[in-house]
Each structure stands twice: as C-alpha cells, then as structure tokens.
Design a protein around this ligand. Structure first.
Ligand code: BGC
Length: 483
C-alpha cells in the first residue's frame, strides 16, 4: 500500500477503534444514564414504560392481527397461538412502503396502513363476516405510553420525517382509518419492536431478560421492577410488579460527553432530519453504516494526501445514503485473495476502478465501521445487565445487522467478554446474545394476548378504555368448543 494511503488507514484505525478501557467507561456511563432515564427529572435516554407487565407463560392462546411499520415494508400478520406451549402459526403479507411516505403527511400514512390491512383481510377472509380481531401494532419509534393502547410519538427516527405526527397519540388516527374502511380490528397494544423481541424470545427461552434490535435502528428493552421506576411512583403500583422498559437507547450521549465521535459522525448528524438526536444510534445502526463508509471514501478522494480513486468520476459516491449496511456485509464477506467481489462492487455500483491498495483500504474501513458498531452495542447490553445485577442471562436479538452481517455477533460477544472480563472458566459466556423469535409478529400477538388476559383478570392499570378490549369471535368460538 502506498505510504499516503497507509497513513490515512492508520488515522482511520485510530478514529474508529474503541479499546477495552473505553468500552468499560462507556458502559459505566450508560448504566447511570439508564437509571437517570427512569427518574422523575429524566435524562437523554427516554426509558419508556411500555405497560407490558409480564412474561408469557407459553400457554397464551387466541387469534391476533399484527402490523409492523418498518422502514422498507409494512408487514401484516395473522397469528394463531394454539394450546401447545410455545407454539404459533403465522400467515403474513408484506406491502412495500413507498419512499415518499417517509416524508409525507400523517393522513397519507394512516390511509396507506388502512388500505394494506383492508387488502390483507380481503385476501385472508374473503366474504367472511368477522367480529373484531385484536391487533398488536409494532411501532418502532420513541413513543411515550401512558397506556399500552396509546403512544405519543416523541420524534421520528431512522430518517422518517412525516408531518403532523410528532407530539400526538398515534392510536386515534389509526383507529379512524380502520373505521373509515369498515375494518373489524381493535388495536389492543402498541409495541416497540424491542419489547416484541423480548416477549417473543422469552416465549421459547425462559432465560431471556433483554430484547435488542440491531438493524436499521438500534435499541433494547428489558423487564424492570415498578419499584425501581421513580417516574411512575405517583401511580402507587406494587413495587414488585414487572414492567418492560423500552429504553430508546439510541438517544444515549445526546449531551456528547463520552462517545468517540469522528468528523464523519458529525456530518451524519448535521445532515440528518433531527440533528442532535439519536447520537448513539447514528454511530451504530445499520442505516448509518453504509453512509459512514461513503463519507470516508469521499473524504479520501478529496483529500490531497490520499487521492483515492484519483482522476475518476465519483458522481455516484456523492449521493447521500446510496450505500446501505448490506454493502458493508458484502465487502466483509469477500474472502478472495484479490478482493474480487469488492472490486466488482466498486465497478458496478459506483462505476469506479479500485487499485489493490484501495480495495484493501475499503475492506479494512468496512471492518472498522462495523466493529465499532458491534463494540459500542455491547456497552448497552452490559449496562442493562450491570444495572439489574444480572450476572447471567440470555438476550434475544433481531435486526439486519445482527441477522445478516457475517461477524457482528462474534464481535459483540467478544466486546462483552472484554467489558465483563470473563475468563477461561466462563464457558459458555454468562450473557449470551442469540437470534430472537419474530418480535413484531408473534411478540405483538403475545403482548395483545397478555393485555387481554390482564383485563379479563380485572387488572386494568395501563390499559385505556379496558371495556373496549375484547377477544375476537374466533377465539370465543374456540373457547366454547374447548368447554
Ligand atoms: C427507534 C426505536 C426502535 C429502534 C429499532 C430506533 O430508531 O427509536 O424505537 O426500537 O430504532 O428499530
């Protein structure tokens, strides 16, 4: 590698590497910020009580609808929880979310979701007269919940910027869209994807205490004790009652005191729809990894000391967010000696011819960016474990980075070992992060089922208009048959 490029690579190594001692300091600060978020005064991390107040027993039953509003698709599912412990059946359809919707209006969003649900019901139940079906709505944005069937959007994340939704409860316009279309559907629970992941994973593994998403966005949920949530003290809840907390940890370090931000992270934030927000998420989540990679390459092209892709037209590389995290995964998956696949990526996607040294640099850069993401993510997991004094537990994780990146999991596990200082005797790792069950499908259905069960038992705290929450006909029929 030419001397100039080598020097640049060394600079990047310095910028993106998070050594063990810093991981430990970040974890300690993260832990105190989690606690602060639960206090009356609050902190940067929202720590939202989700009103999901128990783990499943595995014996939940019923038929439920679930929707998940992701960045690319709207997924609609019908889930049947049968008698058999820990089992489920799922029928689903995916509808592509038009890109314009992300920057459109609330009315357009609710109309679109209503139309997709209508198509789903027409496809799955043609000509049937249905009584209302309970629905779990996976809404993966920070929403303040006074009840489980309520959620005031604090702010959009992950590049969404739909007008007129922030600061409002998302359930009433959603219900109105259902009513306008004559759809027999009752929103029973509004769920963050991390809470869905926590509950779905706990359905099949009773060691699970934390649910994480390492995908387009990044966040975690865990089960807290009501007695450790000072901001709920005014409700006089039994201190031993469990409460799933949607941490919204993407907001960690918004006050910028500990994370080792690079000039590239500064650009990402400045050019985002919500500068100053989601500082942690912008350094670790999938949405931003490809963009970081692009920004560094462009900088090295423009830097006279590096002159990457010298004399070539970098027009395609100038397009913001043109590279997603799958590019990082693909580059790191290239095991050929001459990095033939990385070279092909540069030619076909970016119309650039990369020299062997440039290929080597690109490969190492991808590694640096995704390794930083995995290592910083581990700080959040470790901070929750330390806060709860859990020496051992299982963590259910989902999301494209966790699922698709070839080394994210192993690097996350390695960082946890460094943070906790586990030795040779700690085999297997006391805190193990594993692939989760489907949180926004079966998790949403389970949370709707747990809510119905709670209301049936007369525990209506955290449920708005509990009298309007009821099981669907299908389930009543099934109950009659069982009787
Ligand atoms: C959202 C969270 C969500 C996470 C993962 C973040 O941008 O604020 O609510 O859990 O993405 O999808």
């Amino acid at each position: 590698m030419p001397h100039e490029l080598r020097a640049q690579l060394e600079r990047l190594e310095e910028l993106f590497t998070v050594p063990t001692d810093l991981l430990k300091r970040i974890t300690a600060h993260f832990q105190s910020e989690l606690t602060k978020g639960l206090s009356v005064e609050g902190g940067s991390i929202p720590m939202v009580p989700s009103w999901c107040m128990s783990f499943p027993t595995g014996h939940e039953t019923g038929v439920f609808l679930a929707i998940d509003m992701g960045g690319t698709n709207l997924r609609v599912c019908e889930i049947t929880l049968p008698e058999a412990k820990g089992e489920f059946e799922i029928v689903q359809s995916k509808y592509r979310m038009p890109e314009e919707l992300k920057t459109g209006t609330g009315e357009e969003l609710w109309a679109y979701i209503g139309d997709c649900l209508k198509s789903f019901i027409e496809e799955q139940h043609p000509g049937e007269m249905l009584e209302k079906l309970p629905l779990g709505f996976t809404f993966s944005y920070p929403a303040t919940q006074e009840y489980i069937n309520h959620g005031v959007l604090q702010r959009w994340t992950k590049g969404f910027d739909i007008k007129g939704v922030e600061g409002t409860d998302v359930i009433p316009p959603f219900e109105a869209a259902l009513e306008e279309r004559g759809l027999p559907i009752k929103p029973t629970a509004l769920i963050n994807d991390t809470v869905g992941t926590l509950i779905a994973s706990a359905y099949t593994n009773d060691q699970v205490r934390i649910g994480c998403i390492f995908g387009t966005g990044c966040n975690a949920a865990y089960m807290e004790r009501c007695g450790s949530i000072p901001k709920l003290a005014h409700l006089n809840l039994d201190p031993d009652l469990p409460m799933a907390i949607n941490c919204e940890w993407g907001a960690f370090d918004n006050e910028r005191v500990i994370l080792p931000r690079t000039p590239y992270d500064v650009i990402i934030d400045k050019d985002s729809p919500r500068p100053g927000q989601q500082t942690f998420e912008k350094m670790v989540a999938g949405l931003y990894l490809g963009e970081l990679f692009r920004l560094v390459l462009l900088d090295l092209h423009e830097n006279p000391d590096a002159e990457l892709f010298k004399g070539q037209d970098v027009g395609r590389l100038r397009k913001a967010y043109s590279l997603d995290s799958s590019v990082i995964s693909a580059i790191e998956e290239d095991t050929t000696d001459d990095l033939a696949e990385v070279a092909a990526f540069f030619t076909t996607t970016l119309n650039l011819t990369a020299s062997p040294a440039e290929l080597e640099l690109a490969r190492r850069l991808a590694e640096l960016i995704s390794t930083r993401s995995a290592r910083l993510s581990a700080c959040g997991v470790a901070a929750i474990c330390n806060k709860m004094e859990w020496k051992t537990c299982a963590v259910g994780a989902d999301g494209s980075l966790f699922g698709m990146h070839p080394y994210f999991r192993t690097r996350l596990a390695q960082a946890l070992r460094e943070i906790f200082g586990w030795g040779v005797g700690d085999v297997p790792d006391p805190v193990m992060v594993r692939a989760a069950e489907d949180g926004s499908g079966v998790g949403a259905a389970l949370i709707a089922a747990l809510t119905l069960k709670r209301v049936e038992e007369g525990i209506t705290v955290g449920v708005r208009n509990p009298e309007s929450i009821y099981r669907g006909t299908k389930d009543e029929e099934r109950d009659e048959r069982v009787e």
